[in-house]
Design a protein around this ligand. Structure first.
Ligand code: PEP
Ligand code: MG
Length: 323
């Protein structure tokens, strides 16, 4: 956290011309949720549930999960908490569930894995919904979606868990909002169809960059080629904004927590960003010094850029001048 910016968090998060921006926080540990003051954040935009699974040496029971999710949901009061379903595989292994494959990032990851193990998925979405019975602020986010049928299957299991809970608790429960991560490039082109199936979208710019550029995000050999300021990423984000239409759209990748990244995202029209807690004050400060009308020319210039040096250069000089 940067102490210079923390005090500003008590001010409304809006641009100079009054345009509101919703800033949310990414978390993975119960304590991170409990340390938040819900008065000064727009909620948790991404709760990485795999952390809980990675800290144990066996799959956490429904009760263990319910307790963890319940504490986070409660800590946020009336603010929304977007819990992502288990996203293991790729760079996130579980010691008690070894996966061997040649190309883990193109393999059995996220929703692909959990839909092949519906028993794991059901326990998790039941724990989430049970934890939310009293709080009512849960939203469920699906990782690594690349096909419509994954969303249909996941929604069916979420609904099955809800009906089971209704029967057990002998009360009626509302359907929770379900969203999809936009992190596999294919999902951008499916946005018009996905919009009919889900309530919101959240861009995972880390994976989206990795898959657009075909650069392993954790491989030191090609680390300098991994950049969410690549012009193709900017174009993909602009298309995502256009194709998402009036559906709720946020960004929860690391890009949203960097001043240059957040600036670019706002220039492209995004008004909801989720980031590390330590970046919140700085980005909040940035929002309060922006005006929506002045961002329009920056958007035009960004869409013309030829490489990441130009993209980041445009953002930096804009920040030096206005931010
Ligand atoms: C992302 O891919 O941008 C993201 C937010 O998810 P994770 O970093 O957990 O894969
Ligand atoms: Mg991801």
């Amino acid at each position: 956290k940067d102490a210079r910016y923390e005090r500003g968090l008590t001010e409304p998060c809006e641009m100079v011309d009054g345009e509101p921006v919703c800033l949310q926080v990414n978390a993975g540990l119960v304590a991170e949720g409990e340390q938040l003051d819900p008065a000064y954040v727009g909620g948790i935009g991404l709760y990485r549930s795999e952390t809980l699974y990675m800290l144990q040496n066996h799959f956490p029971t429904e009760q263990t999960q319910e307790r963890a999710y319940g504490r986070v949901l409660k800590a946020l009061g009336s603010k929304p908490v977007t819990i992502r379903t288990l996203d293991i595989g790729g760079d996130k292994p579980l010691s008690y569930f070894p996966i061997r494959e040649d190309n883990p990032f193109l393999g059995w990851r996220g929703i692909r894995l959990t839909l092949d193990h519906p028993e794991l998925f059901l326990v998790q979405v039941k724990a989430m919904q049970r934890a939310a019975v009293e709080t009512g602020n849960l939203r469920i986010l699906l990782p690594m979606v690349s096909n419509l049928d994954e969303v249909e299957q996941a929604r069916k299991l979420i609904e099955q868990a809800r009906l089971e809970l209704e029967e057990e608790l002998e009360c009626s429960l509302p359907q929770v909002q379900v969203g999809v991560m936009i992190e596999v490039p294919a999902s951008i082109y499916l946005l018009p169809q996905l919009r009919r199936k889900v309530d919101f979208f959240s861009v995972g710019s880390n994976d989206l960059t990795q898959y657009l550029l075909a650069v392993d995000r954790n491989n030191a050999q090609v680390a300098d080629r991994f950049s969410h300021y690549h012009p193709a990423v900017v174009q993909a984000l602009a298309q995502t904004v256009a194709l998402a239409g009036d559906s709720e759209l946020s960004v929860c990748g690391e890009m949203a927590g960097e001043p240059e990244g957040a600036l670019i995202l706002m220039a492209l029209g995004l008004r909801q960003l989720s980031m590390n807690r330590r970046s919140l004050g700085r980005i909040h400060h940035l929002v309060r010094h922006l005006s929506a009308s002045r961002l329009e020319p920056l958007r035009g210039a960004l869409l013309q850029a030829e490489d990441d040096t130009q993209v980041i250069g445009l953002a930096r000089s804009w920040l030096d001048e206005h931010g």
